[in-house]
Design a protein around this ligand. Structure first.
Ligand code: COA
Length: 631
């Protein structure tokens, strides 16, 4: 249900009626260019049933046993029978697609995000590391933060005026909806399902929140005439905040937002029983975004620096360090350290990585060019400190949240690195897709460690369609399976290996093209299953099958998040025995993050990173050697 509470557009997913239209924000209420563009986008199609089922069986080949495959074959045949349950669900899904703006988006938002009870920290919210900045003290930290705020406000003006350039993929315009949700928004915990609130729908908020030493402040960033504060003015305001939050013994109230969603929902209800607390929480939720001025953390060697900052961005380092210096439900939080380290963490339910990366690129360029401009000395009001009354119940919830978070932090195994041997340019020069090349290298790396392939998820953008989010590119394919087995086989000729490699890369790229056109299998299967739940029919056997469980147990959860800036996104694995892998391929190098859980004896982020580097290089060497032998 899309409920307007005062000025706030709140998306409450628990109260959704089957088939009811859900929009993450209310695009139809926004007139003008944005609306016209959104209206012109095609609707997400429902792929043909038999096409999906055939591709499903093909996708299972490299990851399930022959016996399982035969069993699943039989189930698929029954499901696909003329006039059978598959056809009925397909017809319902097509009807739903005809009635809604996007047949998938509200189901996806609920299932993948709002109803997911795992903590958002590590399990859902990605972190982004920015290149280290050239400052080493508090002044530099505040100066950079002031520029950052000004840069985001500059970007925001394009959103407010609806002048943000429409992006395209393969020459086709993309849905821009996600950009309209990342500012002035927040996730709100709920006992069975969370909700997502966007506060910019009517009266736009005019403040950001600043957090320093676990203390939150409301900082108004516009003058009374509507012009944004200058970098100079922002700097002065940040100085005031810094000086009035020197005490380091404050309760880390923000740490509550790191909890399991049910625990956090309970703690949240306790917290906002107090009027003062409720008002402070509202102020954080409504703010345009948050700046976390982090306390200094122990220095690490250059080798460890990237991984260390990646972890800081993901979880803040634990209760002793900066995890309490966040409000993890806030959609966008920039993190600025005193030592030049910086980046952000964002709550994922409203947006994928690319719009965040595009915002970062803009802000980063802005920070490089903007100089401190002396502002007229109009005295500005002291930013308001947000007060919290900490009762014994709240204190107890904070202590529990600290313990759980510290366990999660200890469990996080993360390796961030720069692959320096080559970048996109080399791969393109070989007439291969860089993204597909990286994915196939990852398959090779995994196979070399484990001697088998596992279900692999790569995000594919569905933004060619109105309100499109993502589908899945399956990198463990028949073609990649043939290649990874051949690569280290001494009986195979190099020429044959390179042919198999090219075929694997091309098959991956071909599946990518299908996925971005809405013809991949994952969201379609998800839709059929959800349709069965909504139609109250028995869940069909194919969704209860071992093969289905194997296919959706993503040991490798991966994503490309490209950016012009030399930055890197990182996220946690999605299964206890899995890896999270994210990369930003630049022209002449590539940035990678690999994550795993220490509690799983079989996984090791540094080991996969090492094997990935080797696979990328070995594939390059194979190409170069076979190219030169042809001369
Ligand atoms: N020969 C030469 N060049 C090639 C090539 C070939 N055979 N195939 C591709 N290229 C070029 C492309 O033209 C492109 O050039 P550009 O850098 O000048 O634009 C470049 O190589 C990159 O293409 P490719 O590596 O194939 O990937 P892509 O940019 O098309 O991205 C996906 C692929 C899957 C990452 C993208 O389609 C997508 O869906 N991105 C969204 C992912 C997402 O949402 N992630 C966030 C999750 S939080």
């Amino acid at each position: 249900m899309l409920a307007t509470l005062g000025r706030v557009m709140v998306l409450k997913s628990t109260s959704l009626r089957p088939g009811c239209l859900v929009r993450p924000i209310a695009p139809t209420k926004l007139p003008g260019r944005y609306f016209a563009h959104q209206k012109s986008l095609p609707r997400l199609p429902v792929p043909p049933l038999l096409q999906t089922l055939e591709r499903y069986l093909l996708m299972l080949e490299p990851i399930v046993s022959q016996e399982e495959l035969e069993h699943t074959n039989q189930l698929v045949k029954e499901f696909a029978q003329k006039g059978g349950v598959g056809a009925r669900l397909q017809a319902s899904l097509e009807r739903r697609a005809g009635k809604t703006e996007n047949w998938l988006s509200d189901w996806w938002l609920r299932t993948a995000y709002l109803e997911n009870r795992l903590p958002v920290v590590i399990h859902s919210s990605p972190g982004v590391l920015l290149p280290k900045q050239d400052y080493h003290d508090r002044q530099g930290q505040l100066r950079f933060s002031a520029k950052l705020i000004a840069g985001v406000l500059d970007f925001k003006s394009m959103i407010d005026n609806e002048t943000l350039p429409v992006e395209s993929l393969g020459g086709r315009p993309l849905c821009m909806n996600q950009y309209y949700q990342i500012l002035s928004s927040c996730r709100i915990p709920g006992s069975k399902s969370d909700s997502f609130a966007n506060y910019s729908v009517t009266k736009k908020p005019a403040h950001v929140t600043i957090v320093h030493n676990f203390q939150f402040f409301e900082l108004f960033v516009y003058n009374s005439d509507g012009s944004p504060l200058t970098v100079d003015q922002l700097y002065m305001q940040l100085e005031k905040i810094w000086h009035s939050s020197l005490q380091t013994n404050k309760e880390p109230i923000g740490i509550l937002s790191t909890g399991h969603r049910n625990s956090w929902a309970n703690a949240y209800n306790t917290l906002i029983k107090d009027k003062v607390n409720k008002e402070s929480v509202k102020c954080i939720q409504r703010s345009i975004f948050t700046i976390c001025l982090d306390a200094p953390v122990p220095k690490v060697s250059d080798d460890l620096y990237m991984s260390h900052v990646g972890a800081q961005m993901l979880h803040g380092g634990g209760s002793r360090w900066n995890s309490g210096n966040r409000w993890f439900d806030k959609t966008l939080q920039f993190v600025v350290g005193e030592d030049g380290s910086c980046g952000l963490v964002y709550e994922h339910s409203s947006s994928e990585g690319p719009p965040i990366a595009a915002l970062l690129d803009h802000v980063f360029e802005y920070c490089k060019t903007s100089e401190m401009v002396r502002s007229p000395m109009i005295p500005l009001a002291m930013p308001r400190k947000l007060r919290f009354n900490i009762t014994s119940d709240i204190k107890r919830d904070i202590e529990k949240a600290k313990q759980n978070l510290n366990m999660m932090v200890r469990d996080m195994d993360i390796k961030c690195f720069v692959f320096e041997h080559f970048g996109k340019d080399f791969v393109k020069s070989q007439r291969l897709s860089p993204d597909a090349y990286i994915q196939i290298a990852l398959q090779l790396a995994y196979y070399r460690i484990y001697g088998e392939q596992r279900a692999t998820y790569e995000s594919a953008s569905l933004r060619m369609f109105h309100l499109g989010r993502t589908d899945t590119i399956r990198s463990a394919s028949v073609e990649s399976s043939v290649f990874v087995r051949a690569m280290d086989n001494p009986q195979e000729q190099k020429q044959n290996k390179v042919t198999l490699m090219r075929q694997a890369v091309q098959a991956h790229r071909a599946y990518t093209d299908l996925a971005i056109k809405g013809q991949a299998i994952d969201r379609h299967l998800f839709g059929l299953k959800h349709q069965a739940i909504e139609d109250l029919v028995r869940i069909p056997e194919i969704f209860m099958d071992t093969s289905y469980a194997v296919a959706f147990h993503f040991n490798l959860s991966t994503s490309q998040v490209p950016a012009k800036a030399d930055c890197l996104m990182c996220f946690g694995p999605v299964v206890p025995d899995g890896y999270g892998v994210c990369y930003n391929p630049m022209d002449n190098h590539m940035n990678f993050s690999v994550s795993a859980f220490n509690s799983c004896a079989e996984t090791n982020a540094a080991k996969l990173a090492h094997y990935l580097e080797r696979a990328l290089v070995d594939m390059r060497d194979l190409i170069v050697q076979t190219n030169s032998s042809k001369l």
